[in-house]
Ligand binder design. Structure first.
Ligand SMILES: [Zn+2]
Length: 397
């Protein structure tokens, strides 16, 4: 991050939460000089993969690591915590700049990355949301390769973090960005350490997967996520517990439920929309389903995928309420609405399972860029069939 050295950090990175086992293994490997040249950190979105990668970078750059990890006070540690260490290079997907090409594009991508880094320095804690409009473009990977060929500035090694490495693939139907990285993984320059992260390792090129050592991060406990939010965001206990429960072990996801100045958090908006979608399938006329479909007309594919995942969660909650197991409901704030929905079901609780494949199919279609209105209206129609038709066929429609 040498090019942004002039900027003073407004804040310092928050501490890494949880992942004690992974940390212990990494501390041991580092002490024995057995850390792999390329590590692939896997785990659900928002579970702390970037933060763990930064912590590991700090561990490798620290002048006096202890058995607990990086010392936290030496100059390299301070520089890492301010995201200013010249031998720490953090690459992550950025939006593709418009109206530029060739060398200019490479420059524009680097400047987009610098802008994003400046934002991260000011506000390192942000919700983890999928965004299909970003990518790890070839220009970025070329600049990474150039940098990897140079010597470290301050420390004995230089560390490269490549976030959301699966986003190397789906761009411009060209594998060049991935190949640029692959070359580096095949012949890593001495003194170079690579840390890749991915919440969807199945989408990585097999060649990239096979050249890196996997490290899986488990979801955090709800209590761990909640106390982190209380300690570092000053959020009230009950709100933190509510968001942590919905976050299901991911700090980044939990953050997405918290309201901001503009209203409900982005994930909370999606969760509410998914409930409306399921309600539309259960009440009124088929027209209500089409109205719901129209509302989704401007939704991007990633938003739809999330929407359908929330729909599945609601359906699980509905099944729990319908079968009298309210303690299993994830969205405890909506038990009343779920009860009202359960009262309208014609299918038996056991038959609710028939509705799940509808969400799965809708997700597949959303990934395939099918028209959102078509997907949602098809989904609502299928849900009506599964939920409002009694199992013995034929009675009422
Ligand atoms: Zn240190």
């Amino acid at each position: 991050m040498a090019q942004e050295q002039g900027i003073r950090p407004v804040t310092e990175l928050h501490p890494l939460a949880g992942h004690d086992e992974a940390r212990a293994a990494l501390i041991q490997a580092n002490a024995a000089a057995r850390l792999p040249a390329a590590l692939l950190v896997q785990g659900m979105r928002g579970v702390g993969k970037q933060r763990l990668a930064l912590w590991l970078a700090q561990l490798q750059l620290c002048e006096a690591p202890t058995r607990e990890g990086p010392c936290g006070t030496c100059r390299p540690c301070r520089l890492v915590l301010g995201l200013e260490h010249p031998d720490l290079h953090w690459y992550f997907p950025v939006s593709r700049p418009t109206g530029v090409s060739g060398d200019r594009l490479s420059e524009a991508l680097e400047s987009a990355r610098a802008d994003a880094l400046a934002e991260l320095r000011e506000q390192p804690l942000r919700p983890s949301l999928g965004d299909e409009m970003r990518g790890l473009y070839l220009g970025l990977m070329q600049s990474l390769r150039r940098r990897a060929q140079s010597r470290p500035t301050l420390s004995a090694v230089q560390v490269f973090i490549i976030a959301d490495a699966e986003l190397l693939v789906p761009q411009e139907s060209s594998p060049e960005a991935a190949n640029a990285l692959l070359k580096l993984l095949e012949e890593p320059p001495q003194c170079t350490r690579m840390i890749l992260t991915s919440s969807e390792p199945g989408r990585l090129l097999p060649t990239i997967r096979s050249r890196s050592v996997p490290l899986h991060l488990s979801p955090l406990s709800t209590r761990n996520v909640a106390s982190f939010m209380v300690a570092h965001l000053g959020i009230e206990d009950d709100v933190a517990t509510w968001a942590a429960t919905l976050g299901q072990g991911s700090i980044g996801r939990a953050l997405g439920f918290l309201p901001d100045d503009d209203g409900p958090g982005p994930l909370e908006t999606l969760r509410r929309d998914a409930l409306k979608l399921l309600e539309a399938a259960l009440v009124g006329s088929p027209a209500a389903g089409f109205a719901a479909a129209l509302e989704q007309s401007s939704a991007g594919a990633r938003r739809l995928v999330e929407l359908f995942t929330f729909g599945e969660e609601w359906l699980r909650d509905l099944a729990a309420v319908a079968s009298g197991a309210e303690e299993r409901v994830l969205s405890q704030d909506s038990v009343d609405r779920l009860r009202a929905m359960a009262a309208r079901l014609s299918a038996s609780p056991a038959d609710l399972a028939r509705a799940f494949p509808a969400f799965e199919e809708a997700r597949e279609l959303a990934r395939g860029n099918v028209n959102p209105q078509l997907i949602v209206s098809g989904l609502v129609r299928r849900l009506r069939e599964s939920l409002l038709t009694p199992a013995p066929a034929g009675a009422k429609a």
